[in-house]
Design a binder for this molecule. Structure first.
Ligand code: ZN
Length: 488
């Protein structure tokens, strides 16, 4: 087995990956909060840890991959204050909270499937693990690192920090934090503003709540990952992943909770993917640049010049190393679409090549070079550059300017299949779908242009015919000031 090296956020360096068990790997990734459609920001952690999952399996490990669903305790203002986001959506739409969860979860799964992200081994819901979370809180209380106040339970950060190091993952200085947050105290039921809720007493308007020894309430957001991670992967497990934005406070709190309850840390390797910006800006609902994956697939967002297929999005994300930033723009996505097309063309040509008696191109060792790049902290951009190199050789042979032996051809075909399909998870046939969508949209536009011209020429027969026939096919056509709008 090749030696995989990964960057451990906790030690701040690349380390050889050696799992606890020689054959099994336990991996936990913070999953989505399900009260809205998945957007580009959801695609990056999903694809990053899909690559890790695929590569660990490729190396021969049996992997238990746990990705949770946050469906309770994610509050509006911060981790401890405000209305539960799922409950708010349920209230506004007059639905049962679990209807909201199921609706967005189904849509999330559909988007992930389109991106060819493999489903995890276990997808536990926070709301389905209240008993485990209550037990976890009790262990922290018993160990003396939490206190009960007005029916809520808070983690005592200052006490914990005396014996352990709160802030070790994110590199924050706790003394500074304690100093700067001191002024805020006095009003709240917490001893210090940086203490975080393990259990919150539900306010009367709160519609999601459960009985507990302390109050009718609900778990704090950070708790679910400590409780479910250790339930399914054991008190100590190999990998915990998530987006960099979760490092503080979420993952820092997880470390503190697990250390307080179990007497030791749970996670051996922490991995974080970097974020996606849009035209250089952070993504945010208020900035109007919050583009959902469905909007990318259909091209229906105002910032998008066209639709982009799921494989273009996947390729776009893999072109950058997962620890580097990615900036979305139409130009960048168009370039990714072109690049992916070049690879796909080379792939399709490769499987039509005819072997000759000998090779006049050097094609050996592609798989080894790509494995080397993957073993170096999942360096997908290097893998892709090796593929582009190889594509040049394929095209030279396909154009009749060079020859390839039967043995070399077989090696090359096998290598491409493994690298592209198994390791990178790129579907080589599918993107035709997006091409089809674009072509069909253009064809309808063209028909309606002809109709517009017919109307201008008072050729009502042609104009009505186009409109009626399209309507029979299920299209609705609306005349507007500057032309037309249509939908299916
Ligand atoms: Zn988490």
């Amino acid at each position: 087995m090749k030696q995989l090296t990964i960057y451990n956020t906790l030690s701040r360096r690349k380390e050889p990956f050696t799992p606890l068990h020689p054959e099994h790997v336990g991996m936990y990734v913070c999953g989505p909060t399900v009260y809205g459609d998945a957007h580009l920001g959801h695609a990056r952690p999903a694809i990053t840890f899909d690559i890790l999952y695929r590569y660990l399996k490729y190396l021969g490990y049996k992997v238990r991959y746990v990705r949770n669903i946050t469906d309770v305790g994610h509050l509006e203002h911060d981790a401890d204050e405000g209305e539960d986001k799922v409950a708010k959506k349920a209230r506004l739409e007059q639905l049962e909270p679990m209807e909201v969860v199921q609706y967005y979860l189904n849509r999330y799964h559909k988007a992930m499937e389109a991106l060819n992200v493999l489903p995890p081994s276990i997808e536990p819901h926070a709301s389905g693990h209240i008993i485990e979370q209550i037990a976890f809180v009790q262990r922290i209380l018993d160990a003396g690192y939490a206190y009960v106040s007005e029916g809520s339970v808070y983690f005592d950060v200052e006490k914990y920090n005396k014996e352990h190091h709160y802030g070790k993952l994110s590199g924050r200085n706790i003394d500074e934090l304690l100093e700067t947050t001191r002024a805020l105290d006095g009003q709240s039921e917490k001893r210090r503003s940086m203490d975080f809720a393990l259990w919150k007493k539900a306010q009367p308007e709160h519609i999601m709540h459960w009985p507990s020894p302390w109050s009718e309430g609900f778990p704090g957001w950070h708790l679910e990952c400590s409780a479910m991670g250790t339930k399914y992967l054991g008190d100590t497990f190999d990998i915990h992943g998530g987006g960099m934005d979760l490092m503080f406070p979420h993952h820092e709190c997880e470390i503190a909770q697990s250390t307080a309850a179990l007497g030791h840390e749970s996670v051996r390797y922490w991995m974080h993917n970097n974020m996606i910006t849009i035209n250089g800006q952070k993504m945010g609902k208020s900035l109007g640049n919050f583009i959902t994956l469905d909007e990318f697939f259909s091209g229906s967002h105002a910032l998008l010049e066209q639709s982009y297929g799921p494989m273009t999005i996947r390729f776009f994300i893999l072109q950058a190393h997962y620890r580097g930033t990615v900036d979305f723009s139409n130009e960048a996505l168009l370039a990714a679409e072109k690049g992916f097309e070049r690879l796909r063309d080379a792939y399709q040509r490769l499987f039509k090549l005819k072997a000759s008696a000998s090779s006049s191109v050097e094609v050996k060792g592609l798989l080894e070079r790509c494995e080397e790049a993957m073993c170096d902290d999942l360096n997908t951009p290097i893998v892709i550059s090796h593929l582009f190199e190889s594509a040049k050789a394929i095209n030279t042979v396909a154009d009749g300017k060079a020859s390839i032996s039967e043995e070399d051809l077989a090696e090359l075909q096998a290598a491409w299949k493994v690298i592209v399909c198994d390791i990178l998870g790129l579907k080589m046939e599918d993107e035709g779908d997006n091409k089809n969508v674009q072509a069909y949209q253009k064809a309808i536009d063209l028909l309606l242009e002809i109709r517009l011209e017919a109307k201008r020429n008072k050729d009502w027969g042609t104009s009505d015919k186009i409109r009626n026939e399209l309507s029979n096919l299920g299209f609705s056509v609306k005349d507007t000031k500057d032309g037309f709008e249509w939908s299916l």
